[in-house]
Design a protein around this ligand. Structure first.
Ligand code: NAP
Length: 308
């Protein structure tokens, strides 16, 4: 056991997966959960996601030695304000938000001096959300980034690190600003591009009478998985990681114009060189154990008679 009582604030994909993984490994004496709506709390209780459920975040943190903020980034500050007067002496407060600089700025000032704030972000997820979407293996072999704030005792960070490692994650530390730039490249901007591509296809789909859906296996459907991600979560990500996302989008637009020009002028060498370079990135991801080498992401080939 690493913590005696863990309070999960928010009971969606990430908190739910943490609950499953903590139970699998016996990492918490007791897991107390709460969510904003009675409906979510009822579903979580029905599937016995936590040991105990309470109605408010303030009640949930009572006597907890680990508090996990697992709500959308835009809701973190209000939750921090609510729990601050009720936090136990020496407790660690962490979060799982996809943006770190904004969360540190908005949560940190509300927390009392007698708790340790160790922000975190698991680089693991799916397009599903809600209390039924969690599963114990979500964090296996996935990176978890901690961005400890100045003055945090190393023991508090080490304890949280060992919780995440026991949940299967590969833990790294970096500063919040670097985290936000790296994630703008690897996650935030790709999501925006997927949202845009699916939006464009949807507009076109109305003209082409659903051929876009029918022939989606040609590449489009891989965008649709990303573009099916939770709208609230992603609205908050872009509003709170504005600077880094705009910086990467600016570079993206420049590259897109260069490729557009190469197509117009028939510059095949430019296109070939570019695509050769990008193919290498895929190889690097597979070698790092962050995806499968199986063709088409390991999907079973369509059988005869399958629907298109
Ligand atoms: P989720 O499945 O949508 O669950 C969110 C939970 O937060 C729900 O229990 C919801 O309660 C609660 N909540 C929503 N708005 C709230 C508010 N204003 N005040 C209090 N509680 C509120 O979300 P998730 O995917 O687990 O994401 C949680 C956090 O993890 C986010 O900060 C996200 O950026 C981060 N994250 C997500 C992923 C991913 O792929 N999904 C990956 C890494 C990190 P109700 O159901 O009652 O509304």
């Amino acid at each position: 056991m690493i913590y005696e009582r863990v309070a999960l604030i928010g009971l969606g994909l990430i908190a739910g997966s943490m609950a499953h993984a903590m139970r699998r490994e016996g990492l918490a004496g007791e897991i107390v959960g709460t969510a904003r709506s009675a409906e979510t709390r009822a579903i979580a209780a029905e599937i016995a996601l936590c040991d105990r459920f309470v109605e408010t975040a303030a009640e949930a943190v009572d006597g907890a030695d680990l508090v996990v903020l697992a709500v959308p980034v835009g809701a973190m500050e209000a939750v921090a304000k609510e729990i601050a007067p009720h936090l136990a002496e020496g407790a660690t407060v962490t979060d799982v938000g996809s943006v770190k600089r904004d969360v540190v700025a908005k949560v940190g000032p509300h927390l009392p001096d007698h708790v340790h704030f160790v922000p975190g972000h698991p680089l693991a997820g799916t397009e599903h959300s809600g209390p039924r979407s969690g599963f114990a293996e979500l964090f296996d072999n996935r990176y978890l980034i901690l961005t400890p704030v100045e003055g945090t005792p190393p023991e508090a960070t080490l304890r949280l690190r060992s919780l995440w490692e026991s949940c299967g994650a590969l833990v790294e530390e970096m500063d919040a600003e670097r985290h936000d730039l790296v994630l703008a490249v690897t996650s935030h901007t790709p999501h925006l591009i997927a949202y845009t591509m699916v939006g464009v296809a949807d507009d076109l789909g109305r003209i082409t009478d659903s051929e876009v859906i029918k022939y989606s296996a040609a590449g489009f459907r891989d965008f649709t998985r990303i573009a099916a991600s939770d709208p609230t979560m992603w609205r908050d990500v872009f509003l709170s990681n504005k600077d880094a996302t705009l910086e990467i989008l600016g570079r993206f637009t420049e590259e897109l114009f260069a490729l557009q020009r190469a197509i117009r002028t028939g510059d095949g060498d430019h296109l070939h060189d570019y695509f050769t370079r990008t193919r290498g990135i895929r190889r690097g991801i597979i070698e790092a154990g962050q995806d499968t080498d199986a063709p088409n992401f390991g999907r079973a080939p369509a059988k005869k008679g399958d629907k298109d």
